[in-house]
Design a protein around this ligand. Structure first.
Ligand code: ADE
Length: 260
């Protein structure tokens, strides 16, 4: 059982957590998600959560006092791992998702505006493990959607959440054989749709040829869509066939040549 606390001024953002895999995990008791309205911890009639930034500049900063009261109440004597979504954070990766999936208790603190007064992270950083985390190099209006992304990525890794235990290990970014390779295209019935045929090899029943074709497709797609990922492939993980394909595509892998 994993406990997740989410503090936000828009707890309505999290209704998607009632459905699908995560919703089922909550019903079964694998996941205990608790949503909190940050404004419940304000003490003024206007329920103020933000103020102008010291040093000037655009936008508003979330006030430390209200965050402190909220977090103190939510955690009590406990020590959850605290995650603060921000475009200035460390990257959220499959590796971090796997690490977080092993924690018993996560606390997500969603900032809006220009972010949360940094002393909040300093204060709790002395008591909890605190990570500021970014889900990608773009700027959202607030951390809520980033937390939805992280909760879904973490939730599907929890034991018993995915129907098929293998689905989670074969992912493009999961550690293992396919590391640094994107997954190739997939097909199902019918064998011809609007004149488009399923690649014949997939209907051949020849498992060796299917595996080889899938690996070729994975390599091609990685080179096309994520050349930086393809360039980082370890040459030791490439067989003769892979090297021939890379040669045809004039693509070089391995460590960058450095001048001097
Ligand atoms: N808040 C705003 N943009 C974000 C991002 N890219 N990742 C995490 N939190 C955010």
């Amino acid at each position: 059982m994993m406990r997740l606390d989410i503090v936000s001024i828009f707890p309505e953002y999290f209704t998607p957590l009632d459905v699908s895999l995560i919703g089922k995990a909550r019903e079964r008791g694998t996941l205990d998600v608790r949503l909190h309205q940050l404004r419940d911890w304000t003490r003024d009639v206007h329920k103020t959560v933000d103020d102008t930034p010291y040093g000037g500049g655009p936008g508003m900063v979330m006030k430390p006092e209200v965050w402190g009261e909220a977090i103190d109440d939510v955690i009590g004597d406990g020590t959850p791992r605290m995650i603060v979504p921000t475009p200035s954070g460390r990257p959220f990766t499959q590796e971090l998702a796997q690490e977080l999936a092993r924690e018993p208790w996560l606390l997500f603190c969603c900032g809006r505006y220009e972010g949360i007064d940094s002393r909040v992270m300093t204060e709790y950083g002395s008591r909890l493990r605190v990570d500021e985390v970014s889900i990608g190099d773009y700027v959202l209006a607030g951390g809520e959607v980033a937390v939805l992304v992280m909760v879904e990525a973490i939730g599907r890794l929890l034991p018993g959440v995915l129907g098929n235990a293998c689905s989670a290990v074969d992912d493009s970014f999961a550690p293992g054989a396919m590391r640094n390779l994107l997954e190739g295209p997939v097909y199902t019935k019918p064998p011809v749709w609007r004149g488009h045929e399923v690649p014949a090899v997939l209907l051949s029943g020849h498992h060796g040829k299917v595996a080889r074709w899938r690996r070729d497709q994975a390599l091609r797609r990685t080179i096309a869509n994520r050349p930086e990922l393809a360039a980082g492939l370890d040459p030791a993980t490439l067989d003769k066939h892979d090297r021939a394909l890379l040669g045809e595509l004039s693509f070089r892998v391995g460590p960058e040549d450095v001048a001097n």
